[in-house]
Design a binder for this molecule. Structure first.
Ligand code: ADP
Ligand code: MG
Length: 234
């Protein structure tokens, strides 16, 4: 698709393999994945204008080719409630990032819709030199980091594979509803897995894709962060 080809070509001319959040989100949006609404601001005034258009509260994030893990460097502020807070947040993100990564090239600030909390899941794809792209599914936070409670399948996957990937993890009951929690819309997660499978199969130049986190709701789901890493060469 031309839009995706353009984004990849631009990264190539800039010698980047890391696609910025808006680039990654535009790509997955092209495959009809549910994504939080976003705008890019290069000045404080633009950030306020973007937040006014999106509606409060918003989330502010750093956009820099030198920052891959944005919250590790103070590059993410959630639940920003009004224009004054946007101005303040804009400046503090820039100063936080400069403190951590002295020479960071800052492309601007990402202004994003604040998504209501959901069960956090991770959907990813990583390329195995032997088997090609494989998909990953897990619950977010400690489930992935500490318990390594994840499932994998080589792409392309079927709907049945995607359903199995969900059911295979130990934390599956969290999705079906425990302790009076509403059951999650697992169909929406299956749909995301299938679309990611298609995307990484269609675009072999994608080496790695991370949707971390995806918020899972009782109806639907939303990708609040997206990161794509390209292959080193074409
Ligand atoms: P990174 O993974 O690069 O540190 P993220 O974009 O994942 O940055 O943001 C860090 C955390 O902030 C997320 O794990 C999520 O909990 C929260 N967050 C990010 N974007 C949003 C959003 N649009 N709405 C609500 N919460 C968000
Ligand atoms: Mg993230």
């Amino acid at each position: 698709m031309p839009k995706i080809d353009d984004i990849i070509a631009r990264a190539r001319t800039e010698n980047r393999t890391y696609l910025l959040e808006h680039e990654s989100k535009t790509i997955i949006q092209t495959y009809k994945l549910p994504v939080t609404q976003f705008k890019i601001a290069e000045t404080e005034d633009e950030a306020v204008k973007a937040a006014d258009t999106i509606g409060y509260p918003v989330v502010l994030k750093i956009l820099s080719p030198d920052v891959i893990h944005k919250s590790d460097v103070g590059g993410v502020i959630v639940n920003v409630k009004d224009a004054d807070a946007v101005r303040e947040g804009y400046q503090s993100i820039i100063s936080n990032v400069k403190k951590h990564v002295e020479k960071a090239r800052i492309r601007g600030i990402f202004v994003e819709e604040f998504a209501p909390a959901g069960v956090e899941v991770i959907i990813g794809a990583i390329k195995d030199p032997q088997f090609g792209p494989a998909l990953m599914f897990g619950l977010g936070g400690i489930f992935v980091e500490v318990l390594k409670d994840v499932s994998f399948r080589v792409a392309p996957i079927t709907k049945y594979d995607a359903q199995e990937m969900l059911q295979e993890i130990k934390g599956y009951p969290i999705l079906t509803g425990v302790r009076g929690q509403e059951p999650r819309d697992t169909g929406a997660l299956v749909d995301i897995l299938l679309k990611v499978s298609k995307l990484v199969t269609d675009y072999p130049s994608i080496n790695q894709l991370d949707l971390n986190p995806v918020f899972s709701y009782s109806k639907g789901a939303k990708c609040v962060d997206a990161r794509i890493i390209l292959e080193e060469s074409n």
